[in-house]
Design a protein around this ligand. Sequence first.
Ligand code: FES
Ligand code: FE
Length: 413
Amino acid sequence: MKKNNSFLLDLIKSQKDNFSLDQSFYTSKNIFEIDLKTFFFNQWVFVGHISRIKNKGDYFLFKIGNESIILIRENEDKINAFYNVCRHRGSHICLEEEGRLRKFICPYHAWNYDLSGKLLKARMMDNDFKPENWSLKKCNSLVFEGLIFINLSDKPSDFENFINPIKDFIKLHGLGKAKIAAKKTYPTKGNWKLALDNFHECYHCQPSHPEYCHVHSKEYIQAYGAGSNTGPESKMFNKKLEIWNKKVKKMGYLTGEYSEKKFSNFFRSAERTPFSNGKLSETKSGKPASILMGDFNEFDGGYTTIGPSPFNSIIMTNDFATLFTFIPKSPTHTEVELIWLVNENAVEGIDYDINEIMWMWDETTKADKRIIENNQKGVLSSKYEPGPLSKMEVGLDKLKKWYLKHLELEITK
Ligand code: FES
Ligand code: FE
C-alpha cells in the first residue's frame, strides 16, 4: 500500500453503515482520481449505440479523465475503438466530437492512418522506419445487442462472464435492431457518487418525481423503485408480480430478476416487473408510444430494468428503451447521458412521437440534476456530516458498501 493511502484506508474504515459518506468522498480530487482508476476504468461500460455510427467512417468521441476514445465504424461488420493519441508525438487526432472520415489525418504533422488504425503514411522518416509498428492503440471494445461497450483496463474482465447473468434480459428487447430516437446530455454539478446515490434510492421519488409517480404505483416505488430489494417489501406488489409472472410466462416471455449474491468486480442487477392499472408503457397516458421491439408480439404490461454496472442503466418498455450513462468529469461534476431507442423500422411522426417517448425520463432526469446539485452544495459546507439513511435507501447503502470494499481492496493491494 502506498504511504499516502493509509489516511484513505482509515477514512474508509471509519464510514458507518446506513449513513451517507464523509464529505471528502464527494469532494476530494485525490479520491476522485483513485475512483476513476478503480471503478470506471475497470468496468465494461456502454458508451453508445451502433446506430449512431451507421456508415463506414462515422465516428464519435467518448471522453473520460485524460482519455479520449474514438469509436469508429471500419465497415458494415466492424466497429473499432482507438485511443485518440497520434503515435508520432501524441497529438489528439480527432478534434470534433463526431463526424465521418475516410482515414485519420493527424492535424499536427499529418501522419495518416486507415480505419483499422494502421499507419499509412509518415513523411521524411528514416529508411528503417517501419509503419506497421506504429498503428493507433486500441481500446478494449465489444458490441453486444447494438450497445458499444468499452473497457479501459489493461486486463479487462471477461466480457462473457460479465454479461452472462443479464444477457437474456437485454436480448428480449432487440436493441441490436433499434435506432436512436433522441439523445440528451444533462451536465450535473455533483460528484458521481451523489448522482448514483440518487439513482439507487426512490425515497426522493415521491417529493421530487411527480411524473415517475404518475406512471408507477406507490407499492412499486416503495419496494422496487430503485431496483428489487431497495426498499421495504410490499405484499401487495409481490401479489401483483406473482400474477403477472404467470401471465407473462404463458405468453412466452422472460420473467424474473437478478442481483449480486456475493462481492465481485461487478455490480449488476436486472428485473422484469408489471406496470400498474393496465398501463402498457412508460408514458403519460400509459398507452404504447411506438411499435413493438425485440421478441414481443404483443404488449405484456411490464418493463425491464437493468444495471450492467454502476455507470449504466437500461430501462425498457416493450416499445422503447432508455439508456443511461453516468460519466464522472471532476470531483463535483458528472455528465448524465440519455439515449432513447425505438425499433429501427419505426417512423417518427407516424409510429412514435418523440415527446411522448422522452417525457418521463427527461422530466425525471432534469429533476434529478436539480436535487443532486443542491445535495452537492450542502455537502460542500463545513457543517455537512454524514446523515442516517431511511428504510427506502437500502439500494444506496448496498452500492456504498460495494464501493468502500472495492476501494479498500484497490489501495491495499
Ligand atoms: Fe501526429 Fe505529429 S503528432 S503527426
Ligand atoms: Fe430520481
